[in-house]
Each structure stands twice: as C-alpha cells, then as structure tokens.
Ligand binder design. Sequence first.
Ligand code: ADP
Ligand code: 5GP
Length: 187
Amino acid sequence: MGKAILFSAPSGCGKTTIIKELMQYFDCFDFSISATSRKPRGEEVNGKDYYFLSHEEFLQRVKNDEFLEWEEVYQGTCYGTLKSEIDRIWNEGKVIVFDVDVNGGKNIKRYCGDDALSIFVMPPSLQVLEQRLRSRGTDSEEAIVKRLARSAEELAQAPAFDRTIVNDDLQHAVEATRNVIERVLTA
Ligand code: ADP
Ligand code: 5GP
C-alpha cells in the first residue's frame, strides 16, 4: 500500500482549487479520477476531471464490484472511487490525491489508515460558501440548493478528519496545506 492525501468538504469549499495548486508543487502527486453519473460542468474533461458515466453504466460497475467506495452524494447523482485508479497510481509509486465527499473520505481513511492524511477544507462561513457556489457559475439553481442543503451536516463532521484547513485567503490556505503535507511526507 502506498500513501494518500484525501480532501473532503461540502461542495464549493475550494477543494478542487486547492488541489490544482498543490498538484503543481508536488511532483509525486497523482489525482484519483472518480467516476460520476453527473454531466460535465464548465471546462471539465472526461478522463481528466472525472470519468463521466451514464447512470446505468455507473450501476453496472457497482455490480461488477469495481469501486472501493461510492455514494449517491445527491439524489440521483452517484460518485465513486474506482479500484483501478488506486492500482494505477500506487503502481507508479505516486501519492494518491482524493477529492471526495465526507462519507467517502471517512471510508477511504478507514481503508488506508495511517497511510492516508485526511484534510477537511472549511469555508470561512456558510454565507461565503453560498457566495462561492453562486459565483462559480457552473451549477443550476436546483443543484446549488441541493448542495447547500447537505453542507451544514457535512461541516459538522470536520472533527473526524486529521486536519482542518480554513479556506479564507486562498494563498494562505494553500501554504498551510502544503506545510501540513510536507511534514507528513517527510516524517
Ligand atoms: P469544491 O471543489 O470544493 O467544490 P471549488 O474549488 O470549485 O470547490 O471552489 C468553489 C468556487 O470558489 C470556485 O469558483 C473557486 O474559484 C472559488 N474559490 C475557492 N477558494 C477560494 C478562496 N479562498 N477565495 C475566493 N474564492 C475561492
Ligand atoms: P462535484 O459535483 O462538485 O464535482 O462533487 C460533488 C461532491 O462529490 C464533492 O463533495 C466531491 O468531493 C464528491 N465526490 C467526488 N468524487 C467522489 C468519489 O469518488 N467518492 C465520493 N464519495 N464522493 C466524491
């Protein structure tokens, strides 16, 4: 088993933004591309941001036991970590970076144990989270409402993670995350 860094937080807290910055800094990182039954958003590319599957294909892969974990994160929309991603990245000797919901984060942490550092990305407030989701400009009003409805419950689960990073000023948050990761990777 290799090492892993996993990021969890409600949608809109800034996981993707922070991960993109860190990927440029740590050569040893490789991103675990999840499968999802949602449609691509904004500039997202199949096989880079996600493996975009139809709902039927997703359920077929569940039946085939291809997932380490999966969740119906929003009603009718599934997300999951493929076992093949983990094999691919660890076979290359790289550190896996996960971007998963809070339940997925807890499940992966249970699987990886001390080999994974779990990081919770906290927004400065629920109001700022809402503003960010809206200003991202990639979700319909219906999707935003679904995302916000889950967020208070998810934020309450931050203590289950190894570290919490408050994403107020982006550069501060990236630096704090980088410091935590460097300490763990060199320990
Ligand atoms: P997530 O991956 O957790 O759903 P994103 O990374 O997509 O969140 O961020 C949501 C929105 O908030 C994006 O438009 C992003 O540019 C913006 N954002 C992220 N971090 C910050 C920050 N520290 N300050 C202001 N805006 C931010
Ligand atoms: P988004 O649609 O904003 O990309 O992601 C919505 C939520 O699904 C986010 O909280 C994201 O972290 C989560 N997610 C993405 N991939 C996975 C996965 O493989 N497993 C789980 N459990 N959640 C995921």
